[in-house]
Design a protein around this ligand. Structure first.
Ligand code: NAP
Ligand code: GDD
Length: 336
């Protein structure tokens, strides 16, 4: 049986990857952080998924800021595959806490790779790299596009990207970077723009909110569907040779288009509800991200199925169902 260690298992991607690996028959060990409130809500959804095998999922307290905790885990668990998804992942927040972001999102990667190297465990390694690394480089972006990060988060991810390449070249570790463009779902954190919009649309329909305040509506992103993207992570670690891949849909849409589509889906005109406020703008913005996933298609056989309109509709429908269930007193969360 394959054994996987997943950091960030309580996050959007970590929860889908955990679900995916359990369904493939893996023993999954997930890292969770100490928190004063519950932070395993997404894993509760995993536990309700079809074919869930609770005896094959173990959670461990550890932290990317604490190298001993990661070294001990890798030495004890001896994983075949390590997926490093843990991060301070919010770009706007990274301007407020740049040093912490550099530590967890940047140096955390050194801690993981050093733990693998020092333990001598021959684990394959996946690094959650990001299209945010391309920053100011004009679209379309692919594996050959130069990085020009525009945020402390982007800078930390560039450091992690090159650290991953360096451990591959220096120590022969099977270490791969997935350069993932934005990917969303009903499990997306509520402060990222897509979920903020889908949740607001649902609340406006239900009469619980009157307006939605956003920042820059002109930014363009290449938005895909998260469950499809975690399969790409796994595919990278099944290859004989480690490599770096862009994972994207190849379509770019503005935040304004997302807002329009989400409100139109419930028969509303977005301009009646949406306001803008500069407090949601960033000190330096990434204007346009649009990925070229040709290498992943060719070498991994990976292709996205769910594109922009379907994704927006799924997210709005899921938030409407969630809200209606909550109001009806049912705690069951319906997934898309
Ligand atoms: P997310 O929902 O914000 O999840 C981040 C995870 O990291 C959470 O489980 C979080 O724990 C954990 N974490 C935060 N600080 C940590 C620390 N100090 N030690 C250990 N774990 C820590 O992010 P996501 O959207 O799933 O993204 C997964 C990874 O892919 C991240 O590295 C992100 O930067 C990267 N990425 C995401 C996208 C995207 O569009 N989603 C695109 C490219 C790259 P808590 O639950 O306790 O907060
Ligand atoms: N969060 C947020 N909130 N973003 C807003 C808002 C708002 O109210 N209004 C406009 N935006 C714009 C942002 O300025 C940005 O241009 C775009 O919407 C997307 O913002 P986010 O959803 O926060 O995502 P992101 O692109 O900055 O970062 C996400 O994708 C990266 C990959 O490119 C995160 O998931 C990162 O972790 C990931 O690496």
């Amino acid at each position: 049986m394959n054994v996987a260690l997943v950091t960030g298992t309580t996050g959007q991607d970590g929860s889908y990857l955990t679900e995916f690996l359990l369904a493939k028959g893996y023993d999954v060990h997930g890292v969770k952080r100490r928190s004063s409130s519950f932070n395993t809500e997404r894993l509760e959804q995993v536990s309700r998924s079809e074919g869930h095998r609770p005896e094959h999922l173990s959670l461990h307290y550890a932290d990317l800021a604490d190298s001993a905790s990661m070294t001990n885990l890798i030495r004890d668990i001896r994983p075949d595959e390590v997926y490093n998804l843990g991060a301070q992942s919010h770009v706007a927040v990274s301007f407020e806490i740049p040093e912490y972001t550099a530590d967890v999102t940047g140096v955390g990667t050194v801690r993981m790779l050093e733990a693998i190297r020092a333990s001598g465990v021959p684990a394959r390694y996946y690094q959650a790299s990001s299209s945010e690394m391309f920053g100011a480089s004009p679209p379309p972006q692919n594996e050959l596009t130069p990085f020009h990060p525009r945020s402390p988060y982007g800078c930390a991810k560039v450091f992690s990207y090159w650290t991953t390449v360096n451990y591959r070249e220096a120590y022969g570790i099977h270490a791969s970077n997935g350069i993932l463009f934005n990917h969303e779902s009903s499990r997306r954190g509520e402060t990222f723009v897509t979920r903020k919009i889908s949740r607001a649309v649902a609340r406006i329909v239900e009469g619980m909110q009157e307006t939605l305040t956003l920042g820059n509506l002109d930014a363009v992103r290449d938005w895909g569907y998260a469950p499809e993207y975690v399969e790409a992570m796994w595919l990278m670690l099944q290859q004989d040779e480690p490599n770096d891949y862009v994972i994207a849909t190849g379509e770019g849409h503005s935040v304004r288009e997302f807002v329009h589509e989400a409100f139109a889906h419930v028969g509303l005109d977005w301009s009646d509800y949406v306001k803008t406020d500069s407090r949601y703008e960033r000190p330096s913005e990434v204007d346009a991200l649009l990925g070229g996933p040709g290498k992943a298609r060719e070498l991994l056989g990976w292709q996205p199925k769910i594109k922009f309109r379907e994704l927006v509709h799924h997210m709005v429908d899921a938030d409407l169902r969630l809200l209606r269930d909550e109001r009806a007193g049912q705690l069951v969360r319906i997934d898309i």
